[in-house]
Design a protein around this ligand. Structure first.
Ligand code: Z5A
Length: 219
């Protein structure tokens, strides 16, 4: 995040990324615990899409299958951005200005990884939209939980309600992961964790890498 004039200089924007079942939600809670122990008290966690009243409504539209009407790819992109702007304006910006650390389960990288699977051309639209709408909101740190789709999907297979996006084929998620691997290389402020491995390994690695990152960013 490039600090805007009125943004607090102690705030940080941390984004967690990965396919479903990569453990982002659980590791986001663990990350908050690590940060609190390091005396960082002002932290909020958000998820995308979601975390404001309107963004949660958009989330529900995005996740629900509607009989006899499909959500077009471009509609999907616009809804993800609509939800993102609501969240940025209502929560992320105001909290960053107050000096909070914001942990976000997903952000712009998700749109690049997911919404370009069916149409590579969407990348152009995404680039234009993100330039216009969320310029200067690059995360201070992106943590990518790299997970084999077969493992991630297996972890969530016991859930009662599998949503519209989760219903997609393993082939879809293989392509999403491929996109993540390609795109994460272009990001400099990142941590990559092999999240196909067990929880204890992921937690231990996350802790070690975050503490190293905190020390590096203390100066
Ligand atoms: N989406 C998009 O297409 N474009 C966008 O721009 C954005 C999103 C922002 C959001 O749904 C959907 O929207 C998502 C991408 C799309 N679509 N899908 N499919 P969501 O928020 O409901 O789903 P999610 O973000 O993918 O979260 P998730 O499915 O809940 O997965 P997770 O948060 O990464 O995992 P978790 O809930 O922490 O863990 C899942 C289970 O695995 C749980 O029982 C854990 O205890 C267990 N777990 C976690 N880590 C491990 C390890 N290491 N070993 C064993 N078990 C583990």
């Amino acid at each position: 995040m490039k600090l805007k004039k009125n943004c607090h200089n102690k705030s940080k924007f941390i984004v967690l990324e990965g396919i479903e079942g990569s453990g982002k939600t659980e590791m986001s809670r663990y990350l908050k615990k690590i940060l609190k122990k390091k005396n960082i008290k002002k932290i909020i966690s958000v998820r995308q899409p979601g975390s404001t009243i309107i963004s949660e409504k958009l989330r529900s539209i995005l996740k629900t299958e509607v009989k006899n009407e499909k959500i077009y790819n471009k509609t999907e992109i616009l809804l993800f951005y609509a939800s993102r702007i609501q969240l940025l304006k209502n929560k992320i910006f105001p909290y960053l200005k107050k000096g909070y650390w914001v942990i976000s389960d997903r952000h712009n990288l998700s749109t690049i990884a997911y919404q370009t699977v069916y149409k590579k051309n969407n990348k152009k639209i995404i680039k234009i939209l993100s330039n216009i709408l969320i310029k200067n909101m690059d995360p201070d740190l992106t943590i990518y939980f790299d997970t084999l789709p077969i493992i991630g999907l297996n972890r969530i297979s016991t859930r009662k309600n599998i949503d519209r996006i989760e219903k997609r084929s393993i082939n879809f998620f293989l392509k999403v992961r491929k996109n993540y691997i390609k795109e994460i290389k272009k990001i400099s402020k990142k941590i990559i964790i092999n999240a196909s491995l067990d929880k204890e390994y992921v937690k231990k690695t996350l802790k070690k890498k975050i503490i190293f990152w905190l020390k590096k960013n203390e100066k």
